[in-house]
Design a protein. Sequence first.
Length: 88
Amino acid sequence: MNFDIKNYAEPVVDVTELASLGLGEMAYVKPMEADEVARLFPQAPKLQPGMQLFALVSASGEPILLTDNRDAAVANAWAHDLTTVSLH
């Protein structure tokens, strides 16, 4: 079977539509070390270097929660009816 991709229109997704995908529905659990925290959570106090943490981040990239326990991040997402996805 031959498939000619030229016969299909390119899907068009507006930047605003793309940015809003998953908002209020999805959050990411991102493992991170204390050294990375200042970039995502600029208001966070200085942490011990090398400390393993987990950030819960909204679909738009806004930080929601920072914890030292992955299960706590997932539980917080579930409590707010958010589906979690892991980032590596």
